[in-house]
Ligand binder design. Structure first.
Ligand code: DHE
Length: 496
């Protein structure tokens, strides 16, 4: 008898245990309300492998167990055992069976307008120089700090959408700032009134946003679904959405860029050997295929660097470890440069070296910076660094370029390079053991702001000439920072 009871009991435990260790069921019970029944996001972020790329599984287990401080994410360790938490994590890292849809209808339904910008004063309601403000993304707790670039005091701080990515974009007059999150949210913030104006979700897994040079249209590049969404920059209402593909085969969109002198957006496609150019004036409700210029190349290219006139684009062929130069007027490949070690062309910048314009790019997998002559597209030098770097910055008024060492044992180092001799003149170690990365200059080029990319991090400000530290502001894992003047004036030393 005792034996039978034990058998029944163990079968029952087995059944219950199995039922409760079922990832999808656990998800529906505990997570669907906050993150959406289809995992596409809700109050909390989308829980899809594409959106969770920056979160290691081990960390995800901890977040499920302990929650996320200062957010609505609760701790589940008192409700779920380790096996159940493991099953949940496994489930959220499983790709969806089909590409989700996110049409204009869903985009429109997600639009939130907090205040009509026309009812607000059109002049700055603070004492800072509106063109020397910095938007600083604090990735550690998903906040944004607005920093005065003259006295380096924070004038505002607010919670952002989850996991912002890519540079902030500004309206041409510098009043409005636009942010994009990996979850597809686009936010419009008024820097004169320090108020959020509107938000909309332009995709499920978004790469970045770009703004047309007249400030009227925003474009959002998506991995999920395979679309580019165009928004009215005034209220973020959807203008048009295009599915990116050819002959029934669609592609993820790696990124979208504004090409000011060309009056167009240019898109990099992850899965198709094409570059798309979409003129601003072709973007209407009924945009059709004839409005899109498809430049055929012989392989998929992404991570673009544009020369200052936007005549040429340099794209990475990640497989062959080469950089391909395409003439955007003729649509022809004019050069293939062997650049092993994954060049990070998106971080490339250019400057005049004597009477020649050169570009420099870091490498994500190699301890070097490559220097390329933009007249004949020859690699002229490889500057050896202390490890692979991510970002590179300079300014017209500075003789130096700043290159971080983002990966490896020397991740706490930043090189300062003389733009004429191409020699490293100084290597800084602002916070031993912590990643030091991503610099940006003040509008006059006199100071440089550098992130200590750590939960117990800081923004370190240097005199750009003497290279001496002048201030350190504690911040929570600050990542990118974007100066209004440098971005809107398309400074050659910064990203656009
Ligand atoms: Fe980024 C910009 C792509 C991983 C932080 N990153 C960009 C841009 C692209 C890009 C196309 C330009 C967008 C723009 O400004 O409009 N990034 C990619 C990748 O393909 C890659 C390697 C892998 C991925 O999964 O997306 C990648 N990026 C990262 C990170 O891991 C970083 C360090 C942390 C994070 O936030 O995810 C990171 N990327 C940044 C930052 C910028 C950026 C801070 C803006 C740089 C600037 O100065 O403009």
């Amino acid at each position: 008898m005792r034996c039978i009871v034990l058998v029944i009991l163990s079968v029952a435990i087995g059944v219950v245990g199995k039922a409760f260790a079922d990832g999808p069921a656990l998800y529906q019970k505990h997570c669907a309300e906050g993150h959406g029944a289809a995992r596409l996001g809700g109050m909390g972020p989308a829980l899809l492998p594409e959106n969770l790329k920056r979160l290691r599984k081990k960390k995800a287990l901890k977040v499920i167990a302990n929650g996320r401080p200062a957010t609505q994410m609760p701790a589940f360790s008192d409700q779920l055992n380790d096996a159940e938490i493991g099953e949940l994590a496994k489930f959220i890292y499983t790709p969806l069976a089909e590409i989700p849809t996110w049409t204009e209808k869903e985009i429109a339904a997600s639009q939130e307008i907090y205040v009509d910008a026309d009812t607000l004063p059109s002049t700055p309601q603070h004492k800072s120089d509106p063109l020397n403000l910095f938007t600083v993304v604090e990735a550690g707790d998903h906040h944004v700090t607005i920093l005065d670039g003259d006295n380096f005091e924070a004038i505002w701080r607010f919670q952002s959408r989850f996991a912002l990515h890519g540079g902030a974009k500004y309206s041409p007059d510098g009043r409005f700032m636009y942010l994009g999150s990996r979850d597809g949210w686009v936010s419009k913030f008024d820097l004169h009134n320090l108020k959020m104006i509107a938000e909309v979700r332009a995709g499920v897994n978004m790469r970045n946003i770009a703004i047309s040079s007249d400030g009227k249209i925003l474009a959002a590049a998506n991995y999920l679904p395979h679309t580019i969404a165009f928004l009215n920059a005034e209220d973020l209402a959807p203008l048009a959405t295009i599915t990116v593909g050819t002959d029934g085969e669609t592609s993820r969109v790696s990124a979208i860029y504004q090409a000011t002198p060309r009056g167009s957006f240019i898109a990099a496609l992850k899965d198709l050997p094409e570059i798309w150019e979409i003129p601003y004036d072709g973007i209407t409700k009924n945009i059709d295929a004839s409005e899109i210029r498809r430049i055929k190349v012989d392989r998929p290219l992404d991570d673009f660097f544009f020369d200052p006139p936007y005549r040429h684009v340099v794209g990475a062929d990640r497989k062959a470890e080469a950089a391909i130069v395409v003439d955007l007027d003729s649509g022809l490949i004019i050069k293939e440069l062997p650049l092993p070690g994954l060049p990070h062309l998106g971080s490339g910048i250019s400057w005049m070296m004597g009477d020649r314009r050169v570009m420099a790019t870091p490498h994500l997998k190699g301890g070097a910076l490559s220097i390329i002559d933009l007249q004949d597209w020859k690699i002229t030098k490889s500057i050896k660094t202390k490890g692979p770097g991510f970002f590179l910055r300079s300014h017209e008024n500075s003789k130096y370029a700043w290159a971080d060492v983002f990966f490896g044992p020397n991740k706490d180092l930043v090189h300062v390079i003389d733009k004429q001799s191409l020699e490293i003149v100084k290597t800084l170690k602002p916070a031993p053991g912590k990643v030091a990365a991503h610099t940006e200059f003040t509008r006059d080029g006199k100071y440089v702001l550098l992130s200590i990319w750590d939960m117990d991090g800081a923004l370190v400000i240097y005199d750009a000439e003497t290279l001496v530290e002048v201030k350190r502001i504690p911040m929570i894992k600050p990542s990118g920072k974007y100066n209004v003047y440098n971005k809107t004036r398309l400074s050659e030393g910064t990203s656009h």
